[in-house]
Write a protein that binds this ligand. Sequence first.
Ligand code: ATP
Ligand code: MG
Length: 404
Amino acid sequence: MQVYLVGGAVRDKLLNIPVYDKDWVVVGSNPDEMLSQGFTAVGKDFPVFLHPKTKQEYALARTERKSGSGYTGFECHFAPDVTLEEDLIRRDLTINAMAQTEDGTLIDPYGGQRDLNDRILRHVSDAFVEDPLRVLRLARFAAKLTHLGFTVAEETMSLMAQIANSGELEHLTAERVWQEWHKSLATQNPEVFLSVLRDCGALKVVLPELDCLFGVPQPEKWHPEIDTGVHTLMVAKQAAKLSSSLPVRFAAQVHDLGKGVTPQSEWPSHKMHCHTGVKIIKKLCERVRVPNEFKELALFVCEQHSNVHRAAELKASTKLKILNTMDVWRKPERLEEILLCCQADHAGRLGCEDNPYPQKAIFEDAYKAALSVEVKDIIADGFQGKTIRDELDKRRIEAIASIN
Ligand code: ATP
Ligand code: MG
């Protein structure tokens, strides 16, 4: 049998970026031989094995043919006579369809290196359209590699649009959608994931709540970019600059979903969006099975961002009420996360990228002041039962007011 390094590891090594996981392809072998060498079988649909020591993935070379709808509708053929070239041609992108031998020789039958040098994300063959997941994967690779100058080839974009129009994207499971969205949040430019999906018409199928923000106007005085979709992409970009936390990046992307349901008669004003957005985020998170940690932060940011922006005008008692609602006493890291999202929202407007955001310090100071009040002092002063809570709030308000 011959073993080759394939996929992302080859690509990322050539790009001089860190390689996190190594995928291998095995030519000229069969499951029995793999098992006898100590590998364990993991693939349910495909012949994939884990190396006994490194636990890296080794897949038997295979060919694939479309046989039904969606990601699982594949007929997969693996046999010792499947060649490396036959295995590589079923892969999504030319830059993902290169292999490397143990001695470092590159095998590149489909022009991966040329496209890597030209910074092009290009499909390997027209069989690209057979798997709708590739639309999401491509958008994710665009997000990962855009800072190196990569763009999507025009012909590939057309195939993505063809998939988006075919109805095949509707067969993608929630897990697949979240898996790619989640991975895109960890890239340098998560906003590109959304914009590429938007450009090929996939966003309206996969995440219609985000797609419908495009074309919704906001008041020009606050939002020179006007369009809510454009604003959302800008906020997503700023959030990635400000924080490496994936929940923060996610919350920033969905914070304005409420603006998508404002009646047109009220445009460009969106008085209720913090309220209406909550319901939409809950439904979206349920559908895509977004983990709770992400959902919770997104809900707080949606509900509170307009309040936080008004920090300078708020009374001490209102600031405390907001801090109480955020439950920052039990989860202190939450305040910083919410404030970073609000800052991204503020900076994600045309011409405002470098504007200061004093609201953040106002809330941090209010939090610190409120935290200086000691419950044990309140008890020592003779308060009992429910009156402790009331006195705590009262002293916290005084503490916040004293720094104003
Ligand atoms: P990364 O691991 O950095 O996310 P990767 O390119 O290694 O990127 P994997 O999901 O690990 O992506 O897949 C390994 C390789 O398998 C890919 O490079 C590609 O060649 C192929 N591949 C994976 N999924 C698909 C798919 N849906 N369609 C076509 N080829 C795919
Ligand atoms: Mg990989």
